[in-house]
Each structure stands twice: as structure tokens, then as C-alpha cells.
Ligand binder design. Sequence first.
Ligand code: ATP
Ligand code: MG
Length: 275
Amino acid sequence: MAFIFSKTQQQRLKELDAPDEFFLLSFETKSERDKRFQEISTSLEKYHRENLMNFLMFKKPELKRIEQALEKAAISEGFVEVLTPVIISKSFIKRMEIKENHSLWKQIFWLDESRCLRPMLAPGLYHLMSQLRKFVNPVKIFEIGQCFRKETTGQQHLEEFTMMNLVEYGDILEPEKRINYMIDLIMKNVGLKEYKVHQVDSLVYGTTIDVSIEGVEIASAAIGPHPLDKNWNVYEPWAGIGVGIERLILLKENFKNIKRISRSLSYLNGWRLDI
Ligand code: ATP
Ligand code: MG
């Protein structure tokens, strides 16, 4: 009979973000297994402790650092930073044409009958695009902020995560090229060189241009004119991209478990606290 790590042991290895190969080990006796578990967990805990101590000297979480690097890069490229509400109205969800039978609708955290926590930044930015077009052309804005979605699946989804959304609207030539430029702006400043760009079906936009690394989506982009535009008084070409900041860090740091990067009481900047 072969023994694999117990559920509790596997859970601990997950928390410590142990490499995949450890989950596949099997042993002839329980005591051999428990001994190996002790060795692995002690060595991982040591690694977390050392990095936690380093972080306590450095003082700024990677999530903030990347946010600030992207902020600086976007501003230097002429984008204006905006801050829109985290609490949004049901009418904004309806204007995105997210319907009650859509899977995304079921992911929304409702506060009451008419308000929810934003699952995306697009509604706020759509609204501002049309407002600001009266004053400037093209409108170039971006927001970095928290979004909320009820998620059931594992390692790459958080229920509260940080999105950056960049949009250009108005007199823009060749929106597709602007998407490539935005992708390049983001990836260059995060220091991620190897990525794939491909077209994907999307519930909200019909199709999106997605950026992925090793099969993990990190950004979705869309261009207009688009059928949704009329709901927002938007009538000219636009290009926009939404990128998950935690996903960027997940891929950059080669972590498996996105919880390490999230707002957390169990991890600080990726390092486990109960060690
Ligand atoms: P996925 O298919 O991975 O659930 P999505 O296509 O639903 O993602 P979008 O609406 O395109 O996500 O959001 C833009 C970006 O925000 C994604 O590419 C991803 O980087 C990030 N993102 C979306 N949902 C989450 C989540 N629950 N946790 C962390 N990041 C997320
Ligand atoms: Mg997407």
C-alpha cells in the first residue's frame, strides 16, 4: 500500500505554495511520509520566513509597487488617472448588457436591490469617456482599483482583485494598433517579455483580444465602435484594456497560488505569516 500526503498535509503545502512535484510523492509507510512532510514544510517555512524578514525591511508590497510603476508609465504616456466609485448602480450593470442569466451576473456582490460592488472598471470608464469627450480629443484615461467577483475556482481567481483599465477614445487611428501599444506599455513596465496575444469569445464584448502567459489570462482588450457604445453615449472609435495586477505578479514571480498576492491576513507580500 502506498501513502500520499494527507488532506491536511496537502493543504499546508498549498498554503506554502509548494512545487507541484511534492504533491505527487508517495511513500511505503506513514512514518516515512510524515517525516518527508516535516522536512518539506520546515524548509518551505524557512524560505517564507527569510523572505518575510526581507520584506519587513523593504516595506512596500509588490502589488503597490507594480501599481505605482504602471501609474507612472501611463501618466508619462499622456493618460490621465481617474478614480470612479467602487459601489455602482444596477443600471450600470444593465448598461453593460450583463443579464440576469449571465454567469457574470451571478458573480456580482449585491449590496441591496440597486447597488453592487463593481465587478469591472468598464462602466465607470465608459461613463467618463463620453463626459470627457466634450473637453478633449482623444480622451486618454486609466484607473487602477479593486473589483469584486464571486469566484469558485482555485489558484488564479480572487474575490477581490485589482484591475488596471486603460482607454483611448475619439480621434484614434487604428484602434487595434493602440491595443498593441497598451499591451506593450504594460508588459514592458512590469518586466514580462514572453506573452501571447489572441482573440477570445467574451460574454460582455463578443470578442476580446487577450494576453496570456503559459495559458493564464492576464488581460482582455476590446475596441469600438461596439454595440454597447450606444448605452453610454459613445459614438467614436475607442480602444481599451483591462489587466489584473495580481495575475501579472503571479506570472512574474512564478507563484501558483494567487492568494499569496491578494489583500490578505495570512500572507504578507507573498510570504506566509503562520510559520
Ligand atoms: P477569467 O476568464 O480568468 O476569469 P475574465 O475574462 O473573466 O477572466 P476580465 O473580465 O477579462 O476577466 O478581466 C480582465 C482581467 O482581470 C483578467 O484578464 C484578469 O487578469 C483579471 N481578473 C479577472 N477576474 C479575476 C479574479 N477573479 N481574480 C484575479 N484577477 C482577475
Ligand atoms: Mg477576459
